[in-house]
Design a protein around this ligand. Structure first.
Ligand code: GLU
Length: 323
């Protein structure tokens, strides 16, 4: 089992991040995650960084960055630092690649276009991930990160990765079994989502991470990368149950238009969105309009239901004042 000796994050000033991808489609599931993250931070005195994760190039839509910031503000959230935009400076990711190359823990490989696209975004539930077996790993490895116009994979160590989650307790995942040697850099000249998150969380001193539990597997990969980079602070994690449609699948376009922009344009007040999120989080027995400040004071991690949340047509009607 891989459990590196780390300095506990409690010894640092607590800091979290809101990390939206500006793809123009923040939906109710994202609103839930960001509101819980924001409320916990404000209750606990963690400082908040806004980080725009825009390395997901083909999916990033023009104007989406400003729209994302406007939506968070509209929902009553604020932050202490940022926005920091990932694509503004790729140098820290290049340096991290050089550290990995020095240690012989990365190698060049071929990737299809769809693999390159998949590597750019967080692998949310339903993302098809193919395992890359260690047998296909080349024996000769470049010790220099000399080419950034090619793809690179990480030599994924075998074994379980274990971490404590504030919501889920002790979690064990096994990246080598789940995905094998995962992608850290693509020939677009950009780091993968997995590498970018690790480098950013470390250099921005982020040590409280709140996100959906479809990223539990990614947490294992990120801890392995952090270890390979010699990072000593292990963040404290809180992975929240997913918001799903009534067919049980992760909330997405197929469940209708649940984008925050669309509700906003339809005249839905932010207090309604927050009120629905409050009901999902066990703050209210049923949805009722609520301000972000009220939500912040009332949220308790202990009352957040353990089960996944189901977004129903009734919820949609409630948001639109139709019942
Ligand atoms: N930008 C990622 C997303 O929106 C965030 C993932 C993370 O929290 O690490 O899915």
């Amino acid at each position: 089992m891989l459990r590196p000796d780390r300095t506990h994050a409690d010894f640092q000033a607590a800091k979290t991040r809101l990390a939206p991808s500006p793809t123009g489609s923040l939906h109710l599931g994202n609103a839930r995650t960001f509101l819980v993250n924001w409320a916990l931070a404000r209750q606990q005195g963690w400082s908040i960084l806004l980080r725009i994760e825009d390395l997901d190039t083909p999916r990033v839509k023009p104007g989406a960055l400003q729209e994302t910031i406007d939506l968070l503000t509209w929902l009553g959230m604020d932050w202490d630092e940022g926005p920091i935009v990932q694509s503004d400076d790729l140098e820290p990711y290049r340096r991290a690649m050089q550290t990995l190359a020095d240690a012989g823990t990365v190698y060049q490989c071929e990737l299809t276009r769809s693999q390159i696209e998949a590597a750019a975004s967080a692998p949310q539930e339903g993302t098809h991930e193919t395992r890359f077996p260690p047998e296909l790993r080349p024996t000769r490895r470049d010790r220099r990160f000399a080419r950034e116009d090619t793809n690179w994979r990480f030599v994924c160590p075998r074994g379980d990765v274990e971490f404590d989650d504030l919501f889920r307790g002790n979690v064990r995942v096994n990246p080598s079994r789940e995905v094998g040697d995962f992608v850290v850099w693509t020939r677009r000249g950009q780091p993968s989502y997995q590498l970018a998150v690790v480098v950013d969380d470390a250099r921005q001193s982020v040590n409280r991470i709140v996100r959906g539990d479809d990223l539990l597997g990614s947490t294992g990969r990120q801890l392995l990368l952090a270890r390979a980079l010699g990072l000593t602070i292990e963040p404290v994690y809180l992975h929240l149950p997913l918001v799903r449609g009534s067919d049980g699948r992760r909330l997405a376009k197929r469940h209708g238009d649940t984008r925050l922009t669309s509700y906003r344009q339809a005249g839905v007040a932010p207090e309604r969105i927050i009120g629905l999120v409050a009901a999902w989080c066990g703050v209210l027995a049923r949805p009722a309009p609520m301000s972000s400040e009220e939500f912040r004071s009332a949220l308790q991690v202990d009352t957040i239901p353990r089960e996944d949340i189901i977004f129903t047509q009734e919820d949609d009607r409630w948001l639109k004042h139709r019942n």
